[in-house]
Design a protein around this ligand. Structure first.
Ligand SMILES: [Zn+2]
Length: 298
């Protein structure tokens, strides 16, 4: 199994981390157990994850109803009836299991070490939702629902890549005059939210755009193609995640979410699936870029 689900920022060390499609898959898996239901009881088994839990975390959310479970970039956002937003981030190894309710495709056998079960939500309707996080880079936070645009990670964040706001016209405006390579521009969270390294590589390949091309120098018709391919690559990954996440069974809590076949990502030295030229790798802003010089000429 290909273990390169995500990539850390340091050196060539490859780490595994949920990207936007995995987070959306988790959101879809959790929604039936949470939406419209009250949080009857919360158990936090330690004082912190990556950050300390907010003050009076349990008391503040117990009894509240989850009106909707949304997502912003790689953050899950539970919109609570008491006016708070329950913000949850999976970090690198965070994952949820649902028991006591029909979990749908999201459910997987609880093979993980339960000493890493840090938060337990007992929901109205009988679902028990457990957050397990071996490395504890994940976290939970509370913020006023009507003030989310001022929540620090969301402030200045660009549009979601699968929203209507994200388009060729938007890219033309956002990239105007930009001297940064398009690869770096697409990883900039103020340009587009939550787009990870893997999906930027894939979308540039599918658009025929060189990762080295300056963002401000890309023709408008290419930007239309790029916006389309960004959306498609994310949507395909979400669809793949939804169909294979039930196969997740690794006890180390690191592998999983889903395996997706990539056309250039992590294929350095292999033949391009389109033109047969050798896929290359270069490092841009400390991140590996995989590309085909034959296909990506624009
Ligand atoms: Zn090629």
């Amino acid at each position: 199994m290909n273990a390169n689900i995500g990539e850390g920022a340091c050196g060539g060390y490859t780490r595994l981390m949920p990207e936007l499609p995995e987070v959306e898959t988790v959101r879809r898996g959790l929604a039936p157990a949470m939406e419209g239901k009250r949080i009857l009881h919360v158990e936090t088994r330690r004082g912190d994850l990556r950050f300390p839990f907010p003050e009076n975390f349990n008391q503040r959310i117990e009894g509240a109803r989850v009106k909707r479970l949304g997502r912003r970039a790689k953050y899950l956002v539970g919109e609570l009836s008491n006016g708070e937003a329950l913000i949850m981030h999976l970090g690198m190894t965070g994952r949820f299991t649902v028991a006591g309710a029909k979990p749908g495709k999201f459910h997987h056998a609880a093979g993980a070490d339960d000493k890493h079960d840090h938060v337990v939500f007992d929901m109205q309707g009988g679902a028990r939702i457990v957050f397990n996080d071996a490395r504890r880079f994940g976290f939970m936070d509370l913020w006023a629902l009507d003030d989310l645009e001022n929540y620090a990670p969301f402030a200045g964040m660009g549009p979601e890549p699968i929203s209507n706001e994200f388009s060729g016209a938007y890219l033309a405006e956002a990239f105007r005059g930009k001297k940064a390579p398009v690869k770096a521009a697409l990883l900039d969270q103020t340009m587009v939210a939550g787009l990870g390294n893997i999906y930027v590589c894939e979308a540039l390949f599918r658009s025929g755009i060189s990762p080295k091309k300056l963002a401000g120098a890309i023709r408008r018709d290419r930007l239309e193609k790029l916006a389309l391919e960004v959306r498609k690559v994310i949507e395909e990954a979400i669809a793949a995640g939804g169909s294979t996440i039930s196969d997740f069974s690794h006890a180390d809590g690191e592998l999983g979410y889903f395996q997706h076949s990539f056309q250039v990502y992590d294929r350095e030295g292999e033949d391009c699936v389109v033109c047969g030229k050798t896929v290359k790798r270069l490092v841009q802003s400390g991140r590996s870029t995989f590309y085909c010089a034959g296909c990506q000429r624009a």
